[in-house]
Design a binder for this molecule. Structure first.
Ligand code: SF4
Ligand code: FES
Length: 375
């Protein structure tokens, strides 16, 4: 141990010095990239999180300088603190890769295959995990779990079948609000997120459960089925909010704000504000400020190149970029004889209807002439 109380730890052959008390996962995140194990339940901004999902398992091939014996079993890196001289294997360990595939298989046992209609698609950590470690088929022969539907109120939608029981939303309600009304009810195969009894989640900071949920179990009712995230342009914006930091990401299509979320860092966690506090946002910013004029736009949000969201390029400016005309290209150079505007023929998807302002999914009624959602 050095004078500054720093411990040397080697993860996947990369050595780094970290303060005593740092977890293996945090040390691996300091190295970054693939060396950082995936984490479905740990959330650095939530006290007590971690230790539930086992996706962050690593192999400790050398315990410490003083006691170099390897640890007999794989350990959860989010709950294991580093020792001086410790050597850890993540992607360099076959055992870890194998175990992770097993964990993913278990997480998917009861998970429905509804990515095509799930609002979390494109930013779902379980989707990423199954892409990296999952199998194309299930070995599970039994009927998947189903649950009685619980209504969590006007802003938050619960899909219990998608929940992996990571407890993040429970910690969020415990630590950000003064009265938690939801939690994990029952045990074992019957465990589920619910309120007791049928209460709605309506604290001013409860919307943050949507941001911490690693899967599509808790989603934003004001955004449901309105758009796919990869068609939207994330932009950093802020407003002078009396309740929260007011620093958000707006998810726009053209000038329409479809969704407002907190700003997330590369680990999918809520980013800190400049004064070092977690940038949780309030319900008013998240659910009620759906006009571009409500916000001061700072600029396009940087999105990882690997993310499917990065496919919606900005082409250098904020707002809608008209796509290149592809008709002639797909028509072998011929121009069409006749072009019709779909809105002259059909009453669906009228451009003057502001989908972002509609509560819940839009359907036929939304496009009736007497609607109140005009832009
Ligand atoms: S609803 Fe989401 S955040 Fe809450 S326990 Fe389930 S997966 Fe975790
Ligand atoms: S992230 Fe470590 S056990 Fe879930």
């Amino acid at each position: 141990m050095s004078e500054q109380n720093l411990f040397k730890v080697t993860i996947d052959n990369i050595t780094i010095e970290v303060p005593a008390g740092t977890t293996v996962l945090q040390a691996a995140r300091l190295i970054g990239g693939q060396v950082a194990p995936p984490a479905m339940c740990y959330y650095s901004k939530l006290q007590g999180s971690g230790g539930k999902c086992r996706t962050c398992l690593v192999e400790v091939s050398k315990g410490s300088e003083k006691d170099p014996r390897p640890m007999p079993k794989l350990v959860a890196s989010c709950r294991t603190t580093v020792m001086d001289g410790m050597e850890v294997k993540n992607i360099t360990s076959e055992k870890v890769i194998d175990a992770r595939a097993g964990v993913v298989e278990f997480l998917l046992l009861n998970h429905p295959l509804d990515c095509p209609i799930c609002d979390q698609a494109g930013e779902c950590h379980l989707q990423d995990l199954s892409f990296e470690h999952g199998k194309s088929e299930t070995r599970y022969e039994f009927q998947r779990r189903t649950f009685k539907k619980h209504d969590l109120g006007k802003n938050i939608q619960l899909h219990m079948t998608r929940c992996i029981l990571c407890y993040r939303c429970v910690f969020t309600a415990d630590q950000l609000t003064n009265k938690r009304v939801h939690g994990v009810l029952d045990r074992g195969d019957h465990a589920e997120i619910a309120t007791h009894i049928e209460k709605s989640l309506d604290n001013e900071f409860i919307g943050n459960v949507i941001d911490v949920c690693p899967v599509g179990a808790l989603t934003d009712k004001t955004f449901r089925f309105k758009n796919r995230v990869w068609f939207l342009k994330p932009m950093d914006a802020h407003r002078d909010c009396p309740t929260c930091s007011g620093r958000v990401t707006l998810w726009n299509r053209g000038d329409e704000v479809y969704r407002v979320t907190a700003r997330k860092d590369q680990w999918g966690e809520v980013e800190d504000t400049p004064d070092g506090k977690p940038g949780w946002i309030c319900n008013t910013c998240r659910f009620d400020k759906k006009e571009t004029a409500d916000w001061i736009i700072e600029g396009p949000r940087e999105i990882s190149r690997q993310s499917v969201i990065a496919q919606g390029h900005y082409a250098g400016k904020i707002g809608m970029t008209k796509p290149k005309e592809t008709f002639t290209a797909v028509n072998d150079g011929r121009t069409p004889h006749l072009l019709m505007d779909i809105h002259d023929e059909s009453e669906v998807n009228q451009p003057n209807i502001h989908l972002g302002k509609i509560q819940g999914p839009s359907h036929g009624d939304t496009f009736n002439t007497n609607n109140t959602h005009k832009a």
